[in-house]
Design a protein around this ligand. Sequence first.
Ligand code: HEM
Length: 381
Amino acid sequence: MGDVVAAPWGAFLLTTYDVCDHVLRSKTWLALDGEWRARQGDGNRWAAPASRELGRALQGLNPPHHTRFRRSVGHIFDRATLSRLRDPITRTVDRLLDELAVRMRDGEADFADLVGEELPVASMGLWLDLPRADYPLLRHLAHEQGYAQELLPSASQIARSNAATLGLRDYFGALVRERRASPGDDIVSGWLRTWDELEDGDQDAADEAVYLLTMFLVIAALETSSTFLSGMVWTLDQHPDQLNWLRSNPQEVPGAVEELLRYDAPVHLTTRAAAEDTVLAGVPIAKDQLVHTLIASANHDPARTTDPEVFDIRRPGRHLSHLAFGGGIHYCIGAGLARLQAHALLEGILRRFPTLRVSVPPVWEPRVAFRRLTALQVVDH
Ligand code: HEM
């Protein structure tokens, strides 16, 4: 249908790798910030509290605000941090796979619930120093908030997202107050020190910035990684020859993870608004109109990837050819952590469960943007 396809709701769908990549990297295309959302008026999805809050957090900011927030955290998952996290995350993988093994003794176990959703929240918990007892609440709030980021959410989905937004503010507001009262050498206390300087000692402004950062990092980490970790088990289960090859070549896990990200990206699309009247691949688009970069479609663009519908973990140059983590200034800040979790989990599964298989196809929530896999029954025999 073309590179730029008009959608019935007045936006445009971008279907090819080059056009999506261009939009993600170009200054002509902006994140949906607070001002854009306010310009859409009242009584619609953009005026909902959940949406307004997203317009204030990292992914909803444009320069110079975005630059300020991104700089304030620096390279949070640099090599040193990732190598510090490797052992605790591997131990967490072992603990979760132990639990899975116990459950599978009785027959089927839900991989999505026990491992896919638990590893991301446990990783964020380790990194940010959050109590394990809070993980179920965080999982719930992240799922519910995700609806506001859907392509066309219903009124009831927006209502659920609004409620989750309040819950997230309560939770992370309390966390910031607690770290403010007794600062330590943890990440959140470090951000408070940085933001106290950036805000010239205005503690309320600094607390608000750290709340927005922490809250958004957690929700961005949970929905995406959970779907990816469970989805990768399902995709490999559907390609037993490649799974067997990987068992004999576990050193190829990183390449396999890149092909998994290309083949079945957990985030199917992201959205930008035109900063001015413009023309994209020959199609005129007015200021403030929306374009949806269809990441999943770009990852299957035959102009970029030979035989894109073939899942091939031995694909050469595969890591260059997907947009699963976006591109440009909003490129996923947690890509290093996401990869670390996926590598550790896949290595653990290959080592410990030579006969693991999916017994019932996964249950998916009917979402388009942030996909969600809610159940994946597995057995080990
Ligand atoms: C497989 C797992 C993941 C996938 C597929 C993924 C995907 C993405 C994508 C596509 C974007 C760009 C959105 C846009 O351009 O509008 C993004 C941004 C972001 N991601 Fe991830 N992500 C993953 C894991 C994580 C993790 C583990 C974290 C946190 C530790 C994280 C934090 C973020 C943040 C904060 C942003 C916004 C960055 C900005 O606007 O500057 N993500 N992610």
